[in-house]
Write a protein that binds this ligand. Structure first.
Ligand code: COA
Ligand code: ZN
Length: 332
């Protein structure tokens, strides 16, 4: 099947949405979101048809105080059948904590840009690879699958473009080491559609068996366009965050992820099957501003669904009658 010819007509094709707002979103918030509110939100999202929820991150609580309650969150959420509850893990300590708290999957993170990796994780990429190889061994021994999120795949805010060969090279090494999936992350919203298409095509040709997720940020307004370009090239799995929350504390100018409810809304109109309950997602998103203490980027939340129709203005009848009266006067 040539997937590239029919991207405008979803024709019921199944796509998988993975919520990252509770990790990528909440890690950026300056207020501490109460643990019970995090749990309540994840529990509601568990019924929304998402394939995966990145519930939290097992990172240093000094580095990311917003997620210092990772254990409690992961232990106390309700586990809906069919939903994978994954966690971001930067190192061995994080892996031990996540496995102990019964994560379904570990999501390891490394940047394809040397500068960004040192800024974010305080290690060279080779040092990260060596450390994460040990984490993969630990995780697989515990029977927990591993996904690897590669940051700055579509560009680094400090280094510029990262060569595609560099990206594919790191993916190759992690897959050979036992990772089951790779997430291609556009950490700071530098991706553009033709680049996305080339990257996804190259990845699928080189690693046809590997799980592949696309993780876009809407920093420069290209998020949805990039999702569509990735679908055209055969991608079917996307990270997104409720309300469009998100960012990276170590990437200058980074802003929110592509917005879950906006992506679901657009893809449903195009005939794709995301399996997601849009009214429930919108209802969850509507509660976010109170939770995080500020407005959220989601435009859909403000505008409503495309066919959520509005009543005509109050003086509509008067203008209609006058307009029709002009026709009658002319006909007379
Ligand atoms: N869980 C809990 N504590 C951790 C930890 C983890 N996964 N990793 C490190 N720590 C603690 C150590 O125990 C140590 O605590 P102490 O000072 O009380 O002894 C402290 O953090 C420093 O540990 P160290 O090994 O020197 O690591 P570091 O300070 O170089 O931290 C990171 C490196 C990357 C693990 C840490 O900075 C981090 O978690 N950063 C967050 C990265 C992130 O999430 N970025 C956004 C997503 S891409
Ligand atoms: Zn991100």
């Amino acid at each position: 099947m040539n997937l590239d010819t029919n991207a405008w007509d979803g024709a019921g094709r199944r796509l998988y949405l993975q919520e990252v707002g509770t990790r990528d979103g909440f890690q950026m918030e300056s207020v501490f979101i109460p643990t019970e509110d995090k749990i309540a939100l994840i529990d509601r999202l568990s019924d929304a048809g998402l394939a995966k929820i990145e519930a939290t991150a097992f990172v240093s609580p000094q580095a990311i105080p917003a997620l210092r309650d990772a254990e409690i969150v992961l232990r106390e959420i309700r586990r809906a059948p069919g939903v994978v509850y994954t966690c971001l893990v930067p190192n061995q300590r994080g892996a031990e904590r996540a496995i102990e708290a019964r994560a379904d999957e570990l999501n390891l993170v490394m940047s394809t840009s040397e500068t960004h990796n040192i800024a974010n994780l305080r290690m060279t990429r080779e040092q990260s690879f060596a450390a994460l190889s040990g984490v993969i061994d630990l995780s697989l021994a515990a029977g927990v699958p591993v996904n690897v999120s590669l940051s700055c795949v579509f560009g680094c805010p400090m280094e510029g473009d990262v060569p595609l060969e560099t990206v594919l090279g790191w993916a190759d090494r992690f897959l050979a080491r036992g990772a089951t999936g790779i997430t291609l992350c556009d950490t700071t919203g530098m991706a553009y559609p033709s680049q996305v298409r080339a990257t996804v095509t190259a990845f699928r040709e080189r690693f046809p068996q590997a799980g592949m997720t696309l993780h876009f940020h809407n920093t420069r307004g290209m998020g949805l366009a990039n999702v569509l370009a990735a679908i055209a090239a055969g991608a079917d799995r996307f990270d997104a965050s409720l309300g469009g929350l998100g960012g990276c504390p170590y990437a200058p100018g980074a802003s929110g992820n592509v917005c879950t409810e906006e992506i679901v809304h657009a893809l449903a109109l195009m005939g794709y099957d995301t399996g997601c309950d849009l009214p429930l997602l919108l209802d969850c998103a509507a509660r976010l501003p109170a939770l995080v203490g500020h407005d959220v980027p989601s435009q859909l939340l403000k505008a409503g669904q495309r066919l959520a129709l509005h009543a005509p203005p109050a003086d509509f009848t008067q203008w209609r009658d006058r307009a029709l009266a002009r026709d009658q006067a002319q006909a007379a």
